[in-house]
Design a protein around this ligand. Sequence first.
Ligand SMILES: *Cc1c(COP(=O)(O)O)cnc(C)c1O
Length: 860
Amino acid sequence: MRPVSQFTVQPRLPGPLEPLQELAENLRWTWHRPARDLFRRLVDEGGEVHRNGGAGLVGADGAVNPLLALARAGRERLDALAADPGYVAQVAAQAEALDAYQQQRLWFQTDGPPGLGTVAYFSPEFGISEAIPQYSGGLGVLAGDHLKAASDLGVPLVGVGLLYAEGYFRQELDESGWQRERYVALDPELLGLRPVAGLEVQVELAGRPLAAQAWRASIGRVRLYLLDTDVPANPPDLRRLTDRLYGGDMEHRLCQEILRGVGGIRALRGAGEAPTVFHTNEGHAGFLGLERIQELVVGSGLSFDEAVEAVRSATVFTTHTPVPAGIDRFPVELMRRYFAPLAEACGIPFARLMAIGHHPDEPEEAPFNMAVMGLRLAGHANAVSRLHQAVSRTLFGGLWPEVPAAEVPIGGITNGVHPRSWVAEDVDRLLTQHLGPDWDQATAERWAGLAAVPDQALWSLRESGRGRLVAAVRARLRASQLAVPSGGGDLAWWDEVLDPSVCTIGFARRVAEYKRATLLLSDPGRLTRLLTDPTRPVQLVFAGKAHPADEVGKRMIQELVRFAADPAERHRIVFLEDYGIDLARALYQGADVWLNTPRRQQEACGTSGEKAALGGGLNCSIRDGWWDEGFDGENGWAIPSADPALDPAERDRREAAELFSVLEDRVVPLFYARDGGGVPAGWVARVRHALMVLGPFVNAARMVREYVEASYAPAERRGARLAADGFAVARDLAAWKANVRACWPQLRIEGVRGPEAPPALGARAEVEARVALAGLRPSELQVELVHGAITDGGEIDNPGRAPMALVDPEISGDGARYRGRFVCDRAGPYGFTVRATPVHPELASPLETGCIAWALPEER
Ligand SMILES: *Cc1c(COP(=O)(O)O)cnc(C)c1O
């Protein structure tokens, strides 16, 4: 029967167990095993599996959900534990440990840049735990890992996002293998969230008032604020605004983004947070910039352009995708409906506002591009791997049309993962033993300590991880409808699916076309031979959700499921439903080989391989995202990429063949080359090496430190300088840029005179040029020589730059003379040119104005 009314009964904990409340509510348990273990005792043997949407009481990998365990604990069990002195002592000890963790002086307090205030980190999703299903995939899990790593480093950071009443969908497969989406209402109290008392956020949506409740979660030392519109003050349609992650039509998305950006800022202010740096994780929170601009125009009397400078200075933007479909874009008419009032309040024409999200390579009326706005309103922008940095510089280079790709102001900070959230208990123990209890903060030198671990010890970790994965897969298949259609005569085949001694390949990620989950299926005969080899077989475990609107992705899933249903090989290949954090952990910890097959340059980073590497899994991947820089020849395998100019089908065919060769010739033989003790020494050597070189690199602590040092701290300092004395510097900078932009078209570099005769290798060459300053002062300009070897295409390759100095402070009517020298450091065709750029001490990056003047062709 259905209840007429539903509520959550708050447990009244017996006195000695009261600290459990705080220990469950502070989500540090998601990466602090001793705290989590306390809650295991609350779960009755074979306890009921109550689910709160995404997560059961016990996850796919056996992890207990403390929030549910506490909410569901029976009176008798609690009384029994309260009478157990040993248990009570453990509870008290963990409560003390949490307290100490909150007070401790950590990296930021001892070695961090002094004076950094609070950083506000905005993200559309946060993947903190399967118990809090507010994520869809990589972007959210990265955000969760960012918060946890910031907490462990003591970085003062708060998260901001939305609370989705139904989270993301749960994936079920029907009998034909077609993905069905199921949405489940979540109970926020069971997600570790508490309402922020007395704070109701107000936002205007095209003239309609929207109210939102702010909830707060504690992620160790980090506070996370989530906004929820399901409050009585809102009409029904607006109550549903925060219903689902990535749900609804374009207007729904736009309204969610307004709430996230604009409402997010207001929530922070209302909650008494005083962030000085604002970081937006992809463009979905980009409207926070417009809200802050409006605050400054209305509240501090700045002009729009001055406010842009002030806001930019303290904003960090991270771009996460080179795939255009991953970038939010909103048609101009829709934008007008929601943003005309803001333009008016800021005293600018609406078109000026639209220009912020306009890519210069596109027609005027093209939709507003959130990534473009992100880049324009952030003084610090970065991509998420080195390769993705290069790709992004090309993709967004049009925003700085004259600027060489290598100097486009987009940095690169390679994503990392939060180690303690992902490694198995036995790996944690081994690392503790050899690197120390703070192994998750260890430098490369300490990781080198793994050299002392016996082969047998490393190998047995791999064996136990694989064994747990196989058990988890069987349990999941048993519980899953997937088993039903082919059940029939051969009952319980899933109890024997997979083999704990067989080389196990994992592939789990969002099923999107470019990730090519079905690449191996392109040659079914060769795949079958690989799976069913009588002595050296491999087995494959797949998982992944397709976006609900992605028919191509759903067909790929169906293809995989159908292939895996064939009785001839179904014991060696499975597709698991409902990929989420708990299943992910089991996969990363158990797979011997982590496979990744994106079309090169489309994967921005890809963090699952980093998590697999931390557990001793070996990556076998196209050199894309992080693996392009992570692969060193010995720590896994690279699948060679075909010429990107080829037709995609041909490219896929060739890369599939390469993948098969790597598996057949390299992976399988190494896995099965056993010594007398049954240990594959060559394999273990690779695992050891991979852990030593990748362990320190894939760590989110490394990533967060880079953000602090390269982005947050400089942004904070610049933000403070620009804001001082009533925003004097912001005003000056805005005026300076306006003047430079007005003058720039008249600036000329002429009369370039180089050496009379070609200089010898290693010789110095002197160059003079005349610059028509177009009304700018020499101090506002940097004039440089750009020189280097000439490529076949007639371009200067990998150029060097040398400054040119003003020859004569007296400036004549036809311009100023500059002189400089360079050294020809390569034989063969060589060339140089001269360029001028505007300089101002408060620019966040030298070429942010996009103004560059190049010398006109030589007169001679
Ligand atoms: C790490 C992770 C991802 C992202 O992995 P990719 O390599 O980017 O595909 C997605 N989903 C979950 C649950 C994860 O833990």
